[in-house]
Each structure stands twice: as structure tokens, then as C-alpha cells.
Write a protein that binds this ligand. Structure first.
Ligand code: DC
Length: 202
């Protein structure tokens, strides 16, 4: 396996930003695995069967518009409960992790299930309020009309579903380093993550 970095954590904790920055810093490829579940969730919303959609997923499906909406996020969290959907997405993720030149994968179960042998594992988290604040800002700046309480309720509902599902629930791997970004600037969070990966590279 080429050098693999697993970055897990709940919604809006800063995983995406940190993962992109770590990948850019080390010249690794990056896969946001949430997009796989979002692509399947979106196809479910348009009436398709989730398991068939997952089995038939292609790289191009990750590039379509509309994967970032709250509706699609909730649908993603719902399809992610189904073991057959998760199973259908395993090979895609492991093939990505195995590519030469190094890879960063971010998601919920990368360090625990998809790449338990990853060379560096991070669990990026923050309080539900801080995460809802960030998501609220992102959504309203993107032109969506919503209110903070709705966003907070959404974040909590997704946390609950992601943490309590039977298959591959969201939790830190035993050997993951946790970074709580609640009180950290983006720069400080990125620096902390880069330091963990640097140490693992030896
Ligand atoms: O990271 P995200 O918000 O884009 O993820 C959307 C949903 O997909 C999330 O609520 C749970 C699911 N997911 C998962 O179960 N496992 C992953 N590795 C990534 C995402």
C-alpha cells in the first residue's frame, strides 16, 4: 500500500479543508468519500434503488452539481446506514487508497474499516454548535435561506445516525490522533494535521 492518510470525523468539523491542505502539502491525491454517499443519496432522491446506484457508481458521478445541499446530505446519511450500499463502495475507496504517490481519504470509517492499515490516522472533530455555525455560514453565503436552529438540528440528526448505525459507525480508530478544531483557526488545524502526517512519514 502506498502512503495512506485516513481522516475521519463528523459533518462540518473541518475534515474537507484539512484533507485538501494535507494532500496539497505532501503531493498526495485526495478523495472526499462523503461524495460517494452523496451521489448515491442524490440518485435515491430521484427514485433509483440505492444499492443498485452504489454498485453502478462511477468517478463522473462525483462531479455532478447539487451534491452539497442539506437534502442530499440527509439522503447520504440515510443510504450510508445500509450495509449493502457500504459494501458496494468499498472497492472504489480501497483502489483509490492503493494508487501510487500517496492518498488522503476523508470520511467516517476510513481509519476503522476502509483503510485500517493507513500510515496516519486523524479524527477531526468540533462541538455541534461550532460545526452548525460553520455550516450555517457556508449555506447562507452560498445563497440558501435557512436558520441556525434548523442547521444545528440537521447536524445533530446526522451525528446521531452516523454514530449509532450498526455497520461502520462514526468513531475514532484506536490509533487515531484526535484534533478538536472548535477553538482552532484553519491554519492551526492544518498545521496540527500536517505535523501528525509528517511524524508518521518518519
Ligand atoms: O462527509 P459528508 O458530510 O459529505 O458525508 C455525507 C454522509 O455520508 C454522512 O452523513 C455519512 C455518510 N458517510 C459515511 O457513512 N461514510 C463515509 N466514509 C463518508 C460519508
Amino acid at each position: 500500500m502506498s502512503f495512506t492518510v485516513a481522516i475521519d470525523g463528523p459533518a462540518a468539523a473541518g475534515k474537507g479543508t484539512i484533507s485538501k491542505a494535507v494532500a496539497a502539502h505532501f503531493g498526495f491525491a485526495h478523495l472526499d468519500t462523503g461524495l460517494l454517499y452523496r451521489a448515491v443519496g442524490k440518485r435515491l432522491l430521484s427514485g433509483e434503488d440505492a444499492v443498485l446506484a452504489a454498485k453502478d457508481l462511477r468517478a463522473e458521478d462525483l462531479d455532478v452539481d447539487g451534491l452539497r445541499t442539506p437534502e442530499v446530505a440527509q439522503a447520504a446519511s440515510r443510504v450510508a446506514v445500509e450495509p449493502e450500499v457500504r459494501q458496494a463502495l468499498v472497492d472504489f475507496q480501497r483502489a483509490f487508497a492503493a494508487r501510487s504517490g500517496g492518498a488522503v481519504l476523508d470520511g467516517r470509517d476510513i481509519g476503522t474499516v476502509i483503510c485500517p492499515e493507513a500510515h496516519a490516522k486523524l479524527f477531526v472533530t468540533a462541538s455541534a454548535e461550532v460545526r452548525a455555525e460553520r455550516r450555517f455560514k457556508e449555506l447562507t453565503e452560498g445563497g440558501l435561506e435557512t436558520d441556525f436552529d434548523t442547521v444545528l438540528a440537521d447536524v445533530k440528526a446526522r451525528d446521531e445516525r452516523d454514530q449509532s448505525r450498526a455497520t461502520a459507525p462514526l468513531k475514532p480508530a484506536d490509533d487515531a490522533v484526535t484534533i478538536d478544531t472548535s477553538g482552532l483557526s484553519i491554519e492551526a488545524a492544518i498545521a496540527a494535521a500536517v505535523a501528525v502526517v509528517q511524524k508518521a512519514r518518519g
